[in-house]
Design a protein around this ligand. Structure first.
Ligand SMILES: *Cc1c(COP(=O)(O)O)cnc(C)c1O
Length: 369
């Protein structure tokens, strides 16, 4: 057994001496938040890196979801999936919006476009899909449905940092996309996030909304919130951005190694790379078919823990099973057969830039009995 536990993720951290130099500049300027120079630099650098034009930084990845719904005046019902981190649905609830759960497509764990139209009612105003594990949703079909019914589309792209389809950022899809820069994500600012929008006018409005609605010293134009990123985290973000490509490449190598061995393990399914997609290897989910594999997901999960390997069951339990949402009509398991099955099959294997060959060998040996 390894002396150190192998965890599902590990935060990317910059060189401390380099971070100290940035901190020194912040201390000297005495400007520690409110659109300071590092905040401005990071917005610009992220736009360039991600290939988007209009991005606003936030304190975390949940507030851009909440703010996007505010900025687009979304009300009534919103179609989403229960196979996500709970923040996706909470963002709707906090806006007084009723979530309507639609099942997922098992080939990418994103919303199943075939099932969206049946969930649309006269109160539906938007669709909120999730690029789960950074696998692109079927954005073309989702947009076609949204256009047909006059709905907005807000992508929870918390997992999709740097993901491109045919050379173009996935973050350009829909009306808005959100990112999370939480410590557990591919790219982090400890806590942080962003909202990507399509035009300068909308960015301006979002920037008002994330600062109480202030449009000037004495003018408040909307009931805003406070979700501004501070200078310290923006500085951390600038440094992490320099090493994120390297970290993604290291994750890629781990994925290659996992796939090499797991492809011959009966009862274990995983995702291959998709043609035309630049992936970020944010997660490495495996799906355990208990009958074929000869062991349930939980048996494997806890067996790995006994040996010091801590995967995570993302996403189990489904959001639709939590007490707040359980009573909704769309939460019935019969409405969500794929999500229900996959939530009982999934383990996200450890996946980060710091995994050693020994770590990966240990993990593989535990699965490949
Ligand atoms: C991490 C995550 C969020 C929330 O991000 P925070 O930065 O933790 O607030 C939202 N949606 C999904 C799918 C996530 O994985």
């Amino acid at each position: 057994m390894n002396s150190e536990p192998v965890l599902v993720t590990s935060p990317l951290l910059p060189d401390l001496a380099e971070f100290n130099q940035y901190l020194r500049q912040i201390w000297d300027s005495k400007w520690i938040t409110n659109n300071g120079q590092f905040h401005q630099q990071l917005e610009k650098a992220l736009c360039e890196y991600l290939g988007v034009e209009f991005l606003s930084l936030f304190t975390n990845g949940t507030l851009p979801l909440i703010t996007a719904l505010q900025a687009l005046h979304i009300t009534g019902e919103v179609i989403t999936t229960p196979y996500s981190f709970v923040a996706t649905t909470h963002a709707l609830w906090w806006n007084g919006i009723k979530p309507v759960f639609v099942d997922i497509d098992p080939t990418n764990c994103g919303i199943d476009p075939d099932k969206i139209e049946a969930a649309i009612t006269s109160r539906t105003t938007a669709i909120m899909p999730v690029h789960c594990y950074g696998k692109p949703c079927d954005t073309e079909r989702i947009q076609a449905i949204a256009d047909k019914y006059g709905l907005k589309v807000i992508y929870d792209a918390a997992h999709a940092f740097g993901v491109e389809v045919n050379g173009e950022s996935i973050l350009k899809q829909g009306d808005m996309s959100t990112l999370s820069f939480h410590a557990t994500k591919v790219y982090n600012t400890a806590e942080g996030g962003a909202l990507i929008v399509k035009d300068a006018e909308t960015k301006k409005r979002v920037d008002y909304l994330k600062n109480f609605g202030f449009a000037g010293e004495t003018e408040v134009v909307a009931p805003g919130i406070n979700s501004k990123m501070d200078e310290i985290r923006a500085a951390l973000g600038l440094l992490n951005l320099k090493q994120v490509d390297d970290a993604i490449e290291k994750r890629h190598q781990v994925a290659i190694k996992y796939r090499e061995v797991l492809k011959s393990v009966k009862g274990i399914r995983f995702f291959d790379d998709m043609p035309g997609v630049k992936h970020n290897y944010s997660y490495f989910p495996i799906f355990v078919n208990a009958e074929e594999y000869g062991m349930t997901r939980d048996e494997l999960y806890f067996k790995m823990q006994e040996k010091g390997v801590y995967g995570r069951r993302y996403f189990y339990p489904l959001i639709s099973t939590f007490s707040t949402y359980r009573g909704l009509e769309s939460s019935r398991p019969e409405n969500l057969p794929n999500a229900t099955r996959i939530a009982n099959e999934v383990i996200c294997l450890p996946m980060h830039h710091g995994l050693t060959e020994e770590d990966v060998d240990l993990i593989i040996s535990l699965i490949n009995k």
